[in-house]
Design a protein around this ligand. Structure first.
Ligand code: FAD
Length: 454
């Protein structure tokens, strides 16, 4: 066998990349290929913040390949058509790629397999590249996936992971396979994190050295910003989840267990979406909600999106999202609970807004976390409602997070920043900051009534 194609998708790295190493093992020359899929653009998934991060990833991947004597081939269009065309141009007899979980990715894989087979080219799909444990490997008796995280995690943590692989030393790409220019998209958020495997590995090393030990105690500290911020790197596959888990465990520190447990949530949502692809848009477990929508709650939804709800911690988190294309997990929980439960707005509206801005925006993690918070997903306490004031006092006790993101409130000392409506009337009147959209007991009563009715 002479030439293989490696189709990169959400695995934009050289370290621990089983499809690339398998291709190099079996072929004299390899075409590392990325196809910019026009259908993904058309479906609205290719938003500026993620395209900017993707550009960084592709540039870094190309640079890494060039250091090894190769290069990245970039094409755009319909992926099946493009892969077949490149395989024909290169005279390839095999194509390697990673398995993925969404309905779209699985459909693409099936179509690709059929089209390549018709040309006499074999498709190899590799598991456990974009997850630590492949979906479907762990199942409870009598079901095709775990619907509750705790038993999933028990099995997941006992599963032996394959050993991580090193990056290849050299990659020979056949002459004459043309490439488009690498993209250089710009995001809409002014303060996004840079992407690319080099940056991902730098961040991982720093995290394991300086951050992970305190994770258990500090992961909910909104102002402390003491989580790994590895989510965009995992989403684009610049970092291998298998390698991440191995290296995190090897630190042996007190925070490692709590951190790895969080990474397992990622696999949990992936095995769930793989089994229930409709859960990206339909309730995983219906509660018969008759949600408020753009038509019935337009102003509330707009205030939430803009970070003008009158609840400082909710507004701070929504503004962090807009500025950075990222939001702290505690902020995501609070803002999603506020939208779906306090305002009783359809979770799909919130999920769509997050997907428009998040650099780590990911169908499995975003939609299923939204469903978890909305109580239509896997939370075993579907009617719990987070109180944004109590949450703020607990997770931002001196108000530093709110003051950072809501400059109108920057002059208010201590925890009183979380309840500006309690300030003396004159001070209150001087603030350019809205009154709460809804009183919390009123929101709670509306939600409870709706769920009882359901
Ligand atoms: P860390 O705390 O350092 O955790 C390490 C890694 O574990 C993360 O990078 C992530 O890959 C994984 N992880 C952590 N928490 C979760 C979780 N609850 N579910 C699944 N995986 C998790 N995460 C995304 O990657 N993409 C999304 O689109 C996304 N949307 C979300 C929407 C809502 C409403 C909520 C409540 C959570 C969402 N999350 C999403 C999960 C979580 O908030 C982020 O993964 C996390 O905040 C990323 O920051 P970090 O890398 O510093 O996380």
């Amino acid at each position: 066998m002479n030439v293989s194609v490696v189709l990169f998708t959400s695995d934009l790295r050289l370290h621990d990349h089983p499809p690339l190493l398998a291709a190099l093992d079996g072929a004299r020359e390899v075409v590392p290929l990325f196809v910019r899929d026009r259908a993904v653009d058309a479906a609205g998934f290719a938003v500026p913040n993620r395209l900017a991060f993707l550009s960084d990833c592709l540039r870094d991947l190309d640079a890494g390949l060039r250091e090894r004597g190769g290069r990245l081939v970039v094409r755009s269009g319909e992926p099946v058509e493009q892969v077949c065309r490149v395989a024909a141009e290169a005279g390839a007899d095999e194509v390697h790629m990673s398995a993925d979980v969404s309905a779209y990715a699985k459909h693409r894989e099936e179509r690709l397999r059929r089209a390549l087979e018709a040309e006499g080219v074999r498709l190899h799909v590799h598991d456990a590249v974009t997850t630590a444990v492949a979906p479907g490997v762990l199942t409870p008796s009598g079901a095709d996936h775990f619907a509750v995280f705790t038993p999933f995690y028990r099995h997941w943590s006992q599963k032996r992971l394959r050993d991580p692989l090193g990056a290849p030393r050299s990659v020979r790409v056949p002459d004459g396979v043309g490439s488009q220019e690498l993209p250089s998209d710009k995001g809409t958020s002014p303060g996004p994190a840079p992407g690319g495997e080099s940056e991902a590995r730098r961040r991982l090393t720093a995290w394991l050295r300086d951050g992970i030990a305190a994770y258990e105690d500090r992961h909910d500290d909104l102002a402390g910003d003491a989580t790994s911020r590895l989510s965009p790197h995992l989403h684009f596959g610049a970092l291998s989840p298998v390698e991440l888990v191995h290296r995190a465990r090897a630190t042996g520190g007190p925070g490692a267990g709590a951190f790895v447990r969080q990474v397992a949530w990622r696999d949990f949502h992936r095995q769930l979406l793989a089994a229930r692809p409709d859960a990206s848009t339909a309730d995983y477990r219906t509660r018969h909600d008759r949600w408020r929508t753009e038509r019935t709650a337009r102003e509330d939804i707009e205030a939430w999106r803009e970070g003008r709800t009158g609840y400082p911690v909710v507004d701070a988190a929504m503004r962090q999202l807009r500025h950075e294309g990222w939001m702290h997990n505690r902020g995501r929980l609070l803002t999603a609970s506020f939208l779906t439960k306090t305002l009783y707005v359809d979770w799909r509206i919130g999920a769509r807004h997050f997907m428009e801005l998040l650099v780590d925006g990911d169908v499995a993690n975003n939609q299923l976390n939204w469903q978890w918070v909305a109580g239509t997903g896997t939370d075993t306490r579907p009617n719990r409602v987070l109180n944004p004031v109590l949450q703020a006092k607990r997770h931002d006790p001196d108000g530093a997070y709110v003051r950072r993101w809501v400059p109108e409130l920057a002059g208010i000392d201590g925890a009183s920043v979380h309840e500006p409506w309690k300030l003396p009337a004159r001070e209150r009147a001087a603030l350019d900051y809205p009154d709460p959209l809804v009183e919390l007991p009123e929101g709670l009563a509306r939600f409870r009534k709706a769920r009882e009715r359901g």
